[in-house]
Design a protein around this ligand. Structure first.
Ligand code: CMX
Length: 472
């Protein structure tokens, strides 16, 4: 307990802290039986120094030119323009994602695990993304228990989900439910009371943890309502996040599915700041909308077929392929099918990426999971054969800058193998996972006092003028 008190008092001595911050920290402490620092204390201790560094960094180097912007980038989805700050992860076109500098295999190795498990715990990844530190097993366990304790849904949100027609896409239901949680926002209440800017982060933290905690209940309720009997088992305070999610979805008996959930949530969490869901969450948050409204906006972006919904599209595409080829899965038949897709003007779902220029390491992690647990699964063999053929076809097609598979190319096959066959639900799972990446950054944004986002736009006429004047 001594180290915890020391840490708390250090944090509390910080000039960034006020009386109500103390109260929130100690409320949080009371839930814990561990002697180690909580996540909130850890962050509270780390961030003032970082915030101070950023202030100095901006002052000293704020006028440094960090890149040029080309006209084609303005018309090309702002690809590659450096203009965002994202602390949790960085994406390299060849090396792939790194979470606070750690690759997926490193994260798999270094993060705490549940007893008997070989996959990392996503709640430990949340800790890493927020603080840059790997939590101990005891800290992770306490954090899992805290999330379980905060999981209950307000009655009106449960009723809202129950009132949705089953033909309303699960992602629309998901986003609505998260939006409706706004009623619980500590941040919105504190803001209305006129709380100081310096304390924004602490309320954003509370909202973010409450929101993360409630996502498995929301997701499971949507799944069980739309596809099963509507009954959701209660959250267990003794289970980790992935195990609770698996159990509430109805697959808790299957240890491999629980392992899959832990891996899935970890690798789908964060992919630096520019992707649609991350950027949208950050952008909406920059207007000081609460974490509920910010994440809901990000989820609406994730629901697009070129982004997260590609996981649904992939499984549907694979199933159609398998049906049309009557199981005649050869390289030649798949090549023909790929050309049919391309020639009809559609994209091959699960292939290509705005940043990556090689096989997505998240694809590789899922492929390794499949090779370990389901090497003889028929659809996994189809996915593997598509992987042998599609890069060549896409290269010949000559359009995509990256002919290699992305994360969505593999996830559906794994879920289907364990009986989660309903593809329209898949993006909801991606959304639960994405919260693990975007919520830490929202807390960081508030702690660093990041301003409202407002890039410059011009009309085409203005760009024509600009180009003319620059060419003179
Ligand atoms: N199949 C066919 N054509 C493709 C393609 C694919 N898988 N990927 C890209 N292209 C095409 C683009 O549509 C574009 O065509 P036009 O010039 O006619 O507009 C051209 O190749 C160039 O695109 P790009 O620069 O390589 O890719 P973008 O950065 O514009 O887009 C992405 C990236 C992911 C949207 C695109 O590769 C795609 O549509 N892939 C299929 C959908 C998918 O799997 N999305 C999931 C991505 C991961 C995620 O966010 O979850």
């Amino acid at each position: 307990m001594a180290s915890l008190r020391t840490a708390s008092s250090r944090a509390l001595r910080s000039s960034q802290f006020s009386r109500s911050s103390h109260k929130l920290i100690y409320n949080s402490l009371r839930c814990y039986s561990t002697n180690e620092k909580t996540l909130k204390e850890t962050f509270a201790e780390i961030y003032p120094e970082k915030a101070e560094f950023i202030k100095k960094f901006k002052k000293e180097h704020g006028k440094t030119v960090i890149g040029d912007v080309l006209l084609e980038q303005a018309y090309g989805g702002m690809r590659g323009i450096k203009g965002l700050v994202w602390e949790g992860s960085v994406l390299d076109p060849l090396d792939g994602i790194r979470f606070r500098g750690k690759s997926i295999p490193e994260v798999q190795k270094e993060l705490p695990k549940a007893p008997g498990s070989t996959e990392p715990l996503p709640e430990a990844l949340f800790w890493l993304l927020l603080t840059g530190e790997v939590p101990t097993e005891a800290q992770t366990k306490a954090f899992s228990a805290e999330l379980a304790a905060r999981s209950e849904l307000p009655k009106h949100v449960a009723e809202l989900i129950d009132s949705c027609p089953s033909y309303l896409h699960p992602m629309a239901q998901f986003s609505m439910a998260v939006t409706a949680l706004e009623s619980e926002s500590e941040f919105a209440k504190a803001y209305a009371k006129g709380v100081s800017k310096k304390e924004y982060w602490t309320y954003t933290y509370e909202d973010s943890i409450n929101l993360l905690a409630k996502l498995p209940t929301i997701a499971s309720k949507i799944y069980r309502n739309v596809f099963k009997d509507g009954k959701v088992s209660p959250v267990s305070k003794d289970l980790d996040y992935g195990a609770n999610l698996a159990t509430m979805l109805g697959f808790g008996e299957n240890k491999e599915f629980i392992e899959l959930m832990r891996l899935y949530l970890t690798i789908h969490s964060d992919h630096e700041g520019g992707n649609v869901s991350a950027h949208t969450t950050h952008l909406v948050g920059s207007a000081l909308s609460s974490p509920y409204l910010s994440l809901a906006a990000g989820l609406n972006g994730l629901a697009g077929p070129l982004h997260g919904r590609a996981n649904q599209e992939v499984l549907e595409w694979l199933e159609k392929l398998d049906e049309e080829l009557h199981g005649n899965i050869t390289k030649e038949s798949i090549e023909k099918y790929l050309w049919e897709t391309l020639n009809s003007g559609r994209v091959v779902p699960g292939y290509g990426h705005a940043v990556l220029r090689k096989t997505d390491p998240r694809y590789t992690a899922q492929r390794e999971f499949a090779l370990k647990h389901l090497p003889d699964d028929h659809l996994f063999k189809v996915v593997s054969t598509v992987y042998e053929v599609a890069p060549g076809v896409l290269t010949k097609h000559g359009k995509t800058k990256n002919p290699w598979p992305n994360v969505d190319s593999h996830s559906g096959v794994l879920l289907k193998h364990y009986g989660l066959t309903e593809a329209p639900f898949y993006t909801v799972l991606f959304g639960v996972a994405r919260a693990f990446g975007v919520l830490p950054q929202l807390i960081i944004d508030r702690a660093y006092g990041m301003p409202i986002e407002r890039p410059k736009s011009f009309s085409t006429e203005k760009y024509v003028e600009l180009v003319k004047s620059l060419k003179k």
